[in-house]
Design a protein around this ligand. Structure first.
Ligand SMILES: NC(=O)c1ccc[n+]([C@@H]2O[C@H](COP(=O)([O-])OP(=O)(O)OC[C@H]3O[C@@H](n4cnc5c(N)ncnc54)[C@H](OP(=O)(O)O)[C@@H]3O)[C@@H](O)[C@H]2O)c1
Length: 161
């Protein structure tokens, strides 16, 4: 079993520090040019509490909040920041599970995200299937939502998808 303290540090490093450093790197040039588009990747996992995702979800909440701040502060500089909050997309993270109705292929999902970023949206789940999960997270009783997302996660772990 990996060292829990190291796992926490890694999650903060990859999900928070990297976003801060990358923003620090690119913003000055964008300000100089008075235009730019920043796409930050958060997660549907921070919409509402999910089992075993406390640290991951909390770091993704950071990405959401930070992205909104950048969006507000730099709008006057012609810079737009969009926060993407995916649910399930086939990748290494989801054990390259076979795409289906809820679990989108990376290609299909990215195509949708790029379309979304051309609108004035500040955040998005990236596709309407993930909007449904987001709606569930915001509106359904927590137990119902957590159970349904937990089932998808379990199926991915069991490689049944
Ligand atoms: N897939 C989903 O269902 C899903 C859902 C919600 C949110 N997200 C978010 O989407 C983003 C992309 O994830 P993904 O699904 O594309 O997962 P992925 O296929 O595992 O890709 C993760 C990427 O992060 C890089 N990476 C990991 N640790 C790193 C480190 N310490 N330093 C530098 N690079 C590092 C990996 O590089 P290497 O290729 O070199 O390993 C890889 O390119 C993540 O922020 C994830 O939280 C994904």
């Amino acid at each position: 079993m990996p060292d829990p303290s190291q796992a926490i540090r890694n999650t903060v490093e990859v999900n928070i520090i990297s976003v801060l450093k990358m923003t620090q790197l690119i913003l000055p040039e964008m300000v100089k040019k008075q235009r730019g588009l920043i796409i930050n990747v958060s997660s549907g996992g921070c919409v509402a509490p999910l089992p075993s995702l406390a640290v991951y979800g909390a770091t993704k909440s950071f990405v959401d909040y930070f992205s909104r701040c950048i969006s507000h502060e730099y709008e006057v500089e012609g810079i737009k920041a969009v926060c993407i909050m995916p649910y399930f997309v086939s990748s290494n993270l989801t054990l390259n599970a076979k795409p289906n109705f809820w679990l989108r292929s990376a290609k299909d999902y990215v195509r949708n995200v790029l379309a979304v970023t051309t609108t004035s949206t500040r955040w998005s789940h990236g596709c309407w299937q993930h909007d449904v999960h987001g709606w569930m997270g915001r509106n359904l009783p927590h137990k119902v939502y957590a159970t349904s997302i937990g089932l998808v996660l379990q199926r991915i772990k069991n490689k049944q998808m």
